[in-house]
Design a protein around this ligand. Sequence first.
Ligand code: FE2
Ligand code: FE2
Length: 354
Amino acid sequence: MASQTPVGLLSREERLRAVDRAAMGLYRWYVEKSQSKRDWRVDSSFPWRNLRTDHDSDILLLIEGFFAVEQYVPDFTAKGINLLRSSYARSQFQIKWGAEESKHADLWRNGLLFAARWSPERLNQYESDLRANSWELPWEDPIRIIFYTVFQELATKLNYANLARLASGQGSGPNPERHTDPVLLQMCRTIVADEAAHYAFYLEIARVLLYYVPAEALEAIEDVLREFSMPAQDIIPNWSNVQEAILRTGVYGPRTFFTDVLQVALGQLTLNGRKAVRDGIRKMRMVPTEDGDMRDTVVAGVLDVPRLTADVRRAYERVRKHEEETGLWEVDPTILEPGPLNALVLAACETGLR
Ligand SMILES: [Fe+2]
Ligand SMILES: [Fe+2]
């Protein structure tokens, strides 16, 4: 049975254990959905011979750039697993996530062979040029990695969704139908579904972190956003050419990041933009570091606690449904600890902090 201790009174270790327990439930739910709903095969799920071979150089540069980023998956996966290896759920998820990302690299590799008609020799050379460098973790801290990945997965999804828009003949500028390509569209839509699932998973964990350790989570968000950049761009030898094609085609850019990534993800974390994050940090830093509960209370003032609580509850309900269907609920249920942030908000109202 769940303990009846309000979350505000749990020790930091107990809260982090609760986050990890939530990650286990969400991971098992994720794997179930991944295998039943998104089980696609790189070579046989697409009519590769029908992929257009006359795309303009910008589209080909996008395919090249996406291949370049996605094929650092051995680094993304291995370094993440090493960082997270003490957590069963998070390291297992990292393996599963890496397996899905590896298919994206394979898919864009086929894109270079079939659409760009790269020779195997050219492809091999490009791969070894790329692998001369290795990707390093942007943060050595599991909490910051979660928030970094939230923003990164959403941004990645948008890149592919916007290429899908071009491939459907609906891009901006004159003559948008010139990019129309049903196979490229199918490729993009397939990956968009994966990236959306990755984003959704990390978003759920991020909300659980905000729920259980609000002050630490808010500091992590601020740190991640202060230095955010997409992965591997600094180690891809010809990234500037890819970047120009991305900007020219309108697939991604600073405005997309601000409106479609930053605002959206922060909103889903129940934070009202960057200002709310900074306000929370500023107020929090007026409280002594050792007073964890008071710092959490201050942070609760910048979160939409009822909405966050409802979102977290909904995630647990989804996990519960899966566990009830499979019998896991009877042997190892994922239970949300009672007394969430609402208690802190009430306390904050009483002391006039909110
Ligand atoms: Fe990917
Ligand atoms: Fe992803």
